[in-house]
Design a binder for this molecule. Structure first.
Ligand code: HEC
Length: 409
């Protein structure tokens, strides 16, 4: 594995390094100040408040995923002691687990650059797993057999949200921050980047290739969906009918038709691939919003009702909609979702420990598990997951880990 190195690509590098290399604090006032500065460089300190809290030892592990613990530059022993006092173990967001007869096996990889927000891993048919480090502006490659990893720094300002693979297994990234979509050409190891044709088209988000090689993607905050033809670089955009629908997840049905889930309103969207016309399907409940969706072989559309803590199913043939409560209830915020042939899987992202839930398609019953990190520390969270060659490929953004999950009876 590549050696751990310091978070060198993120825009906050300068301020972060000043903080880390400032004098080692000793008293609790100084420690509080240090936490407020250092721990709000990448995210709000609310993350500490909202966490499940940890023992000193586990805080130490958590810190090690995000900041450099070199004793010459950071008195992490004092810091983790302070954090354990201020943020002790709690059950504010405790999850409910449903037991069952399936056992999961987690196989973990720790990605090199600290605090990069590693996410959206996808495995190609060649076995290679690609991920993006959103806050580190990174595209990463993992060979799961050797464990070898390589991190590519993306063109400045990209800050990718996701990665998808084309037919030749080139990894395509979605430039969340600079309105681009691009790929790494595996033959030349050079990036090819396409800019959005409309300056209002910001936030390219999640994408999927159809079997003709066309790339379909969502642009969450611009309320648009896009179509990119890699042969000529042409990009077509279409706006969603309802304002602020925030198109998020995107998947294809068996006919190659893309379906989109709405993170900002209670809708699903079906894209007409020829005309780019969008059909809106209204889902029940004002509070309903759906981060992502999964489509079965017989074209049933399953979605996470993130707003209401449910799993939903839309039958496009009959228009019928059915919803099941998520095991940990209405505030569990189901987020990522995937179809594995015999089951639908989703996570309860607002719960600590975070859980992975399996919905059996035959019995329509659920089993769930808490998701440990490699070192057994529970944090979060899965933002996108897809089936790999042997099982589910997931990630944990806080602990900087990727994992393959396999199961057996
Ligand atoms: C270099 C960037 C970076 C820095 C600096 C950083 N973190 Fe984080 N932290 C992350 C990322 C990435 C996540 C995952 C956020 C997400 O998915 O939204 C995270 C999440 C967390 C969480 C939430 C865990 C959960 O339950 O999901 C806690 C707690 C946390 N950080 C503590 C800290 C503390 C304490 C510090 C200061 C010592 C710190 N962080 C500094 C990158 C960083």
């Amino acid at each position: 594995m590549t050696q751990k190195h310091y978070f060198k690509n993120y825009a906050a590098l300068t301020s972060l390094s000043i903080l880390v290399f400032s004098p080692i604090p000793v008293n609790s006032n100084e420690l509080e100040q240090k936490v407020n500065q250092l721990c709000s460089t990448c995210h709000s300190v609310n993350n500490l408040e909202r966490s499940s809290g940890y023992s000193k030892e586990d805080w130490q592990s958590m810190l090690g995923y995000m900041v450099n613990l070199d004793p010459n530059t950071l008195n992490s022993d004092k810091l983790s002691g302070y954090l354990a006092d201020e943020y002790p173990i709690n059950n504010k967001r405790a999850s409910q687990v449903i037991n069952g007869d399936l056992t999961l096996k987690f196989n973990y990889w720790q990605v090199p650059t600290l605090g990069q927000r590693a996410r959206d891993p996808i495995q190609g048919s060649d076995g290679i797993i690609w991920w993006v480090g959103q806050w580190g502006n990174i595209l990463g490659r993992l060979d799961p057999v050797s464990g070898e990893m390589k991190e590519y720094t993306l063109p400045a300002g990209t800050y990718p949200h996701s990665v998808s693979l084309d037919r030749d297994l080139n990894p395509w990234f979605l430039g969340n921050k600079n309105g681009t979509v691009g790929y790494l050409d595996l033959n030349t190891e050079k990036f090819k980047v396409f800019s959005m044709p409309d300056e209002n088209a910001r936030d390219p988000h999640t994408g999927v290739f159809d079997n003709k090689g066309i790339f379909w993607f969502t642009l969450q905050h611009s309320n648009m969906v896009g179509k990119l033809d890699p042969v000529n670089g042409n990009i077509q955009l279409a706006s969603l009918p309802t304002k602020n629908s925030r198109p998020y997840g995107i998947k294809l049905d068996s006919t190659g038709t893309p379906w989109v889930s709405c993170n900002g309103s209670n809708c699903l969207i079906k894209i007409n691939t020829k005309s780019m016309e969008l059909e809106e399907i209204k889902l029940p409940g004002e509070q309903t919003h759906t981060r992502r969706l999964a489509i079965t072989d017989n074209d049933m559309i399953y979605y996470v009702n993130s707003g209401m803590g449910k799993l939903g199913r839309y039958n496009p043939k009959t228009g019928q909609i059915f919803e099941w409560d998520s095991p940990s209830g209405s505030k569990s915020h189901p987020y990522a979702i995937e179809y594995s042939g015999e089951a639908i899987w989703f996570n309860e992202s607002a719960k600590r420990p975070e859980t992975l839930v399996r919905f059996d398609l035959e019995t329509e019953t659920m089993q769930s598990w808490q998701i440990p990190s490699k070192e057994g520390v529970y944090s979060g969270l899965i933002r996108h997951m897809r089936m790999g060659n042997n099982g589910l490929i997931i990630h944990q953004t806080a602990t900087n880990q990727l994992a393959e999950i396999t199961w057996s009876k």
